[in-house]
Design a binder for this molecule. Structure first.
Ligand code: ATP
Ligand code: MG
Length: 565
């Protein structure tokens, strides 16, 4: 995998100074528009959360914390078609894992259905809403477009009494899905299409995960969301840019429903990442088509997937901080996320020896049955992590690429006649190799210098190469999974037909890896640096004591790569 310099292409360098949302909040507090700050994260429980949502969660939580306010988690569960309890549970777990503490403020929009209904009745009584019998297609047609003004519905001038009766009948289940809707009466000539008598309630005979069969009418998002915010005394309702054109409707709803001290909506740009898939729609399809192993497949950037892959909440917080808050859409380089996890793990995790593509190394002058232990520092850059004892013997595994019969220039590892250091152990001199009938190297031979224990020689002799190893007798077998981007961004993320352009090499399974015995104790989510191979994390789904599975979180930055020409 090529290393790229991470760049946050946000166009804004506002990470230290105040971002524009903070400026707005401070202005509101200074002018007395609000005397407190209350934010919320309002997911629709129709899928798993992804890195973009993490940004929204941490932004909302961070603002509440910064201004001594409160942060709510509220499920925007007003559309029973796609919502599931499984998603509610996963979202709660993800928000908690990220450290966004909503304390006892876990809310469900569906708990406000009665209040929303009352708001709708109030609008009808004020002559600001009417029951409409047009079909969905007719409503669309009447609404016009950017060039054509809308046409008023023939049902627009129904009396308040008739509207009240019909709306009640809608609630009582007298009408089929689509037969009638409740619409706000605003302005069919508005240049903003969202204001052209939007539908605010529809009939849908469907069971809801929270309210069961109590309701057969459900509020539309643009009507429900501002009411949810107002009921919870949200001050700053932070959402993404696509809702900018909906803001006049948001303001209309809270005003006409007569909420005191109504919330205000502020929009920011969605977070997009290169080389990954963030849209729920696409992820869902990958899951349903069996291309990935569930919503938490480590190639995805759902929060569950990032956690499974070995990302930490700290690394994601660092990433979100570095990206900052912008008002214009842009894409952030995936390499920035990788940079953050490397930075977070660099000093915190032990550096272990694991051989991913093994070939046997036999030290011919080392006593047959002898085993000894060598002391290896856990992290050279962080002595606080101490040292550990690693078993060493006559037969070891080394990486296949650490031996070459005929070395190219500047290759300092094993080749006949060359002396190298076995990390933390001894100097060895390569004496040759054995091969099978196809010419593949099966065993590498060497001799060791017993005077070099610990990896240095008394006579001051230097070696240029240091390689890692695992003693064959005590090695633990493991499976390592290496990942590349799931989409082939070089050729374009999407094909012409709108399907994703998948990278066929996004997953490589190495099933015959050998790791040092200490790693045999790895529990789900434990992560380590595997020397020279990257950071790895024990897979929470598939790793068991008798079948270890490690996911590569990210490769290391600098490692000598053989040029392939
Ligand atoms: P998607 O489009 O990825 O399916 P969504 O917007 O439908 O996501 P919601 O559950 O409605 O998902 O979103 C909850 C909150 O997360 C909203 O406030 C939304 O604006 C915010 N959000 C969603 N995607 C992103 C993103 N990529 N970057 C930042 N915030 C996001
Ligand atoms: Mg949505």
């Amino acid at each position: 995998m090529e290393e790229k310099t991470p760049v946050a292409e946000t166009g804004e360098k506002e990470t230290v100074s105040k971002n524009f949302i903070e400026q707005e909040i401070e202005k509101d507090l200074a002018e007395g528009v609000y005397d407190h700050v209350q934010t919320r994260f309002p997911p629709e429980p129709n899928g798993y959360l992804h890195i973009g949502h993490a940004k929204s969660i941490l932004l909302n939580y961070g603002l509440a914390k910064k201004y001594g306010g409160k942060f709510n988690l509220r499920f925007d569960d007003t559309n029973p078609t796609k919502e599931k309890v499984e998603f509610v549970e996963s979202i709660k777990a993800d928000v908690q894992w990220l450290g966004a503490d909503y304390e006892d403020r876990l809310f469900f929009a569906s708990d406000y259905f009665e209040q929303m209904y009352e708001c709708a009745v109030l609008l009808i009584k004020k002559g600001k809403a009417f029951v409409c019998d047009l079909t969905a297609d007719q409503i669309r047609e009447y609404r016009g477009d950017f060039k054509t003004p809308g046409k008023e519905s023939p049902y627009r001038n129904r009396s308040v009494e008739e509207n009240l009766r019909l709306f009640e009948e809608m609630r009582e289940g007298k009408y089929q899905d689509g037969e009638k809707v409740l619409r706000a009466k605003i302005d069919m000539a508005s240049p903003n299409i969202n204001m052209r008598d939007p539908v605010i309630y529809r009939v849908a005979h469907m069971s809801h995960h929270n309210t069961g069969d109590k309701w057969c009418i459900y509020p539309m998002y643009d009507f429900a969301h501002p009411i949810e915010d107002a009921i919870e005394h949200i001050t700053h309702s932070i959402c993404t840019l696509e809702f900018e054109d909906h803001r006049p409707l948001y303001d209309w709803v809270v005003r006409e429903c007569e909420f005191e001290n109504p919330p205000r909506q502020i929009e920011f740009a969605k977070l997009y990442l290169t080389n990954v898939v963030t849209g729920k729609r696409y992820i869902k399809k990958l899951v349903e088509d069996g291309i990935v192993d569930g919503w938490d497949d480590p190639r995805l950037v759902s929060i569950a997937a990032l956690r499974r892959r070995g990302y930490t909440p700290e690394s994601i917080r660092m990433f979100v901080d570095l990206v900052g808050v912008a008002k214009a859409n842009s894409s952030v380089d995936y390499a920035l996320l990788e940079y953050c996890i490397r930075e977070d793990l660099k000093l915190k995790r032990a550096r272990m020896m694991a051989v991913l593509d093994p070939v046997k190394l036999v030290i011919d002058n080392y006593p047959e049955d002898q085993m000894e232990e060598v002391e290896v520092p856990n992290n050279l850059e962080n002595p606080d992590l101490g040292t550990r004892m690693v078993p060493f013997g006559r037969e070891l595994y080394i990486e296949r690429e650490d031996f070459m019969e005929v070395p190219p220039k500047k290759y300092f590892r094993m080749f006949p006649g060359n002396e190298v250091r076995l990390m933390g152990a001894y100097f060895v001199t390569c004496t040759g190799c054995e091969k099978d009938e196809n010419g593949n190297v099966t065993v590498v031979h060497c001799t060791y210098d017993p005077e070099t224990k610990g990896g240095s020689s008394a006579d001051g002799r230097k070696v240029k190469g240091t390689i890692h190893w695992v003693a064959a007798k005590t090695a633990v077998k493991a499976e390592c999974r290496l990942y590349e981007n799931i989409v082939d961004e070089e050729k374009g993320k999407l094909n012409e037909d709108g399907t994703l352009n998948l990278n066929p090499n996004s997953l490589t399974v190495l099933s015959e890896c050998y790791v040092e015995p200490e790693l045999g104790k790895a529990q789900a989510y434990d992560s380590y640096q595997f020397m020279r191979n990257g950071y790895f994390c024990a897979d929470c789904k598939d790793s068991r004591p008798d079948h270890l599975v490690f996911n590569r979180i990210v490769s290391l930055k600098s490692s000598f790569k053989l040029k392939k020409d």
